[in-house]
Ligand binder design. Structure first.
Ligand SMILES: [Zn+2]
Length: 274
């Protein structure tokens, strides 16, 4: 059984106190039960003065199929594929208090968004959520046209990206490095606050981010809790190193799936928009 003290020891080893922390965590990685579960991990970080941010995406709930007049080329989609031919455009607009989240993100973000004091960004498909002293400032930086504003803000505040038992393919911040390397972000469709359909910017495929390990690994500090390996990366340095590496060799992020249309289009520069 992992206890709160074990979590606090690791947080101190990684010098996370008072910092904003982008958290990607697998509770299964501990190999045994964590006393208090996801709440215990959040509490341990909050008790050290951290601000905790996680992805809180809602593509399954609020994503719409592509309207015929809003379809940029090279957009990570095959518009002719059966799965994209749906004309279903129903659904309500996203709201920051909708309480919904993509279940594939796991238990921790779902717990975070339900906590008192949690705030959530104004992006209908790829919102971030945060809790703690700097939460509002981080999350205010997000809009439908600036999906990674909160990560930029976290880096500006010398924040850390904490991977708890997961790999670089979970590091959402690397999508900002993709954008900074010169790629345009893919466009998807959702309703705005008034219910009108609009395009929003979203990230691409992260399956190849593990190839950045030799470059980014040396930037991380490590700790071990039970069977869970924790790695804390300085966000600003990670973004600078990854941006330079992707700009120098766009193919470095290609995932193992040779048919991946997301990777093919992203590496080619992303959508063609006027
Ligand atoms: Zn891919």
């Amino acid at each position: 059984m992992i206890l709160g003290d074990h979590l606090t020891t690791a947080i101190d080893e990684l010098h996370l106190a008072e910092r904003p922390v982008m958290l990607h965590a697998s509770l299964r990685s501990f190999g045994t039960a964590v006393d208090g579960g996801a709440d215990a991990l959040l509490d341990a970080l909050l008790e050290r003065g951290c601000t905790v941010m996680t992805p809180a995406f809602t593509e399954p709930q609020f994503g719409l199929s592509a309207p015929p007049d809003m379809r940029p080329a090279r957009n990570g989609l095959d518009y002719a594929a059966p799965s994209e031919r749906s004309t279903c455009q129903e659904g309500l607009p996203y709201r920051v208090d909708c309480g919904l989240i993509n279940p594939r993100l796991g238990v921790l973000p779902a717990v975070l968004i339900r906590r008192d004091g949690a705030v959530r960004g104004r992006h209908p498909l790829n919102s971030f959520a945060a809790i703690g002293p700097q939460a509002a400032e981080l999350i205010d930086a997000q809009s439908p046209d600036d999906v990674y504003g909160p990560i930029r803000e976290l880096a500006d505040r010398d924040g850390r990206i904490l991977l708890v038992g997961v790999g670089l393919d979970r590091m959402t911040a690397l999508h900002l490095a993709e954008q900074r390397s010169g790629r345009r972000l893919f466009r998807r469709w959702a309703r705005d606050e008034d219910g009108d359909i609009r395009t929003v910017e979203v990230g691409s495929c992260s399956g190849g981010f593990t190839q950045l390990e030799p470059l980014l690994g040396p930037l991380a500090q490590s700790a071990v809790v039970g069977a869970s390996r924790w790695r804390a990366y300085p966000a600003r340095q990670v973004l600078a190193a990854a941006t330079a590496a992707i700009a120098a060799r766009q193919g470095i992020t290609r995932c193992p799936d040779a048919e991946c249309v997301l990777c093919r289009h992203a590496i080619a520069g992303g959508p063609v928009v006027s």
